[in-house]
Write a protein that binds this ligand. Structure first.
Ligand code: PPS
Length: 301
């Protein structure tokens, strides 16, 4: 599979946000909606779900290594992670839409990524009882990471300054809608859909090896401990930042001079961004928006 055509990428422009079935979206994730909605999942598919900037690339790479790390070494050196793990709803001019990439995946299982809130996931995933791995990240660090991503990614809406962005984040005016609804909607889904593993970015940072063990037991994989240790080492932030196949340096719409994709990879970086007043306001809004859910996050470890 070819990596994206950079001349076409330059023609892409910052999109406007609009309401799509009650969720803020941009055209790049709705233009192919009929095909997304009717996507045919398979029972052995693994759907990776996150709110943007919660650790999608990290968990994608972990899963890719767990399943295919040994079988196909060239996969690791020649195919960027976003080609190995198609982004289901994506529809950018410079590469085939996510549905087509997923349909053409030769692997079993297929690893497929989405940022969709639970109510918009194609129904075939539920019908096929596909396994789902959800990763959630605390709202404060998630917001900071999203702000820097919108600054450097020319196919995301213009974020404005930090305070402007933060106000929009609290209102849910981001691509893929409110963080609050996303994390709590998927958390509630766990109660009725058992093939869903709900993971936390903070846990992955705290002890990647332990989380890998949980993941293997959810997936029914008996990956030997030596192999798990090797993977744990290979997926650490510095290793992934150096790795051209996982650091998104092959995507020309991202301007790394503004901010790199692999930016900090920390829990608690929000403290370098939030003022005392912003933090108080955020906590107040958070209490209100999260009052009906039991999901709990750590903003420091
Ligand atoms: S995207 O664009 O939605 O797919 O982005 P996503 O991959 O979900 O999130 C990017 C953030 O995850 C951090 N990241 C990691 N942190 C720790 N360890 C590892 N290995 C790792 N890989 C990715 C990445 O640095 C982004 O977070 P910030 O806080 O911006 O650094």
């Amino acid at each position: 599979m070819e990596i994206p055509d950079s001349s076409l990428m330059k023609q892409l422009s910052r999109p406007e946000l609009f309401d799509f079935e009650g969720v803020s979206m941009v055209q790049y994730f709705t233009d192919n909606w009929e095909k997304v909605k009717n996507f045919q999942a398979r029972p052995d598919d693994i759907l990776i779900v996150t709110y943007p900037k919660a650790g999608t690339t990290w968990i994608s790479y972990i899963l890719d290594l767990l399943y295919f790390g040994n079988d196909a070494p060239e996969r690791q050196t020649s195919q960027p992670i976003y080609m190995r793990v198609p982004f289901l709803e994506s529809c950018f001019k410079m590469m085939p839409p996510g549905t087509e990439l997923a349909d053409n995946l030769p692997t079993s299982p297929r690893l497929i990524k989405t940022h969709l809130p639970v109510q918009l996931v194609p129904k075939s995933f539920w019908e096929q009882n596909s396994r789902i791995v959800y990763v959630a990240r605390n709202a404060k660090d998630n917001a900071v990471s999203y702000f820097h991503f919108d600054r450097m990614n020319m196919v995301q809406p213009e974020p404005g300054d930090w305070n402007t962005f933060l106000q929009k984040f609290m209102e849910g005016k981001n691509v893929f809608g409110p963080w609050y609804d996303h994390v709590s909607g998927w958390w509630e889904k766990k109660l009725t859909y058992s093939n869903l593993l709900y993971m936390f970015y903070e846990d992955l940072v705290e002890d990647t090896g332990r989380e890998l063990e949980h993941l293997c037991s959810f997936l029914g994989l008996s990956t030997p401990i030596e192999e798990r240790e090797k993977i744990t080492k290979g997926v650490q932030f510095d290793a992934m930042k150096q790795n051209k196949m996982t650091n998104y340096s092959t995507v020309p719409v991202m301007d790394f001079k503004i901010s790199p994709f692999m930016r900090k990879g920390k829990v608690g970086d929000w403290k370098n961004h939030f003022t005392v007043a912003q933090n108080e306001q955020f906590d107040e809004v958070y209490k209100q928006k999260m009052k009906n859910t039991t999901v709990k996050f750590r903003t420091e470890i």
